[in-house]
Write a protein that binds this ligand. Structure first.
Ligand code: NI
Length: 201
């Protein structure tokens, strides 16, 4: 798992990649996750080091997206790699590596049409539930050097970006569920944690 992280920037090795670290991921109901993240204003080496840590943490988890606030840094920074199979017809084909960084992301347009998608979250471990979100979005953001981008998105990319952007507002996917459904998910989470605790003891 750790090796895969080094592979992402293999073509342009830089010093900050040498001491990446897996950071602990905060989990619900930790109030850390409820903070509103602040805009990134300085695009320096410390930011790049955090991004490297976040990729390593995300791949190790493993997950396809991570917001900085999930590792305790309430700034408007997300990393994503959908790692979709090379052959869409074959789930077992090797995942395509496409690491992406989104800084100060904004949704400038979204479709009226919403679609359901079964979401999970590294801060709500092992729990999944269907969430409705706009099917298509147009997003703008900056990269690690502060360069601006704008792109139309749909499919998993649109879902994942909207999920990660919720984290910047202190929102978790379970907040989109009905109260009954949310309580079911949290009950299951408590049960999993209890079982894990017993195993570890
Ligand atoms: Ni999440």
């Amino acid at each position: 798992m750790l090796r895969r992280c080094f592979a992402i920037d293999r073509d342009k090795p830089t010093s900050y990649l040498t001491d990446m670290a897996i950071r602990p991921i905060f989990e619900t109901p930790d109030p850390v996750l409820r903070q509103i993240s602040k805009p990134v204003e300085v695009f320096d080496d410390a930011l790049k080091a955090l991004i490297a840590d976040m990729f390593e943490t995300m791949y190790h988890a493993p997950g396809i997206g991570l917001a900085a606030v999930q590792v305790g840094e309430p700034i408007r920074l997300l990393v994503m790699d959908l790692q979709e199979p090379e052959d869409p017809e074959d789930e077992k084909s090797p995942p395509v590596k496409e690491p992406r960084v989104f800084i100060n992301p904004e949704i400038v347009w979204h479709s009226e049409m919403e679609i359901p998608y079964t979401e999970g979250c590294l801060s709500v471990p092992d729990q999944y539930a269907e969430v409705m979100r706009p099917e298509k979005i147009r997003a703008k953001w900056q990269d690690a050097d502060g360069k601006g981008y704008e792109e139309d998105m749909d499919g998993l990319l649109a879902v994942c970006l909207q999920h990660e952007m919720d984290h910047l507002e202190g929102v978790l996917f379970i907040d989109h569920l009905s109260r009954l459904k949310r309580e079911m998910v949290l009950k299951k989470l408590a049960k999993v944690r209890k079982e894990r605790g017993l195993k570890a003891a």
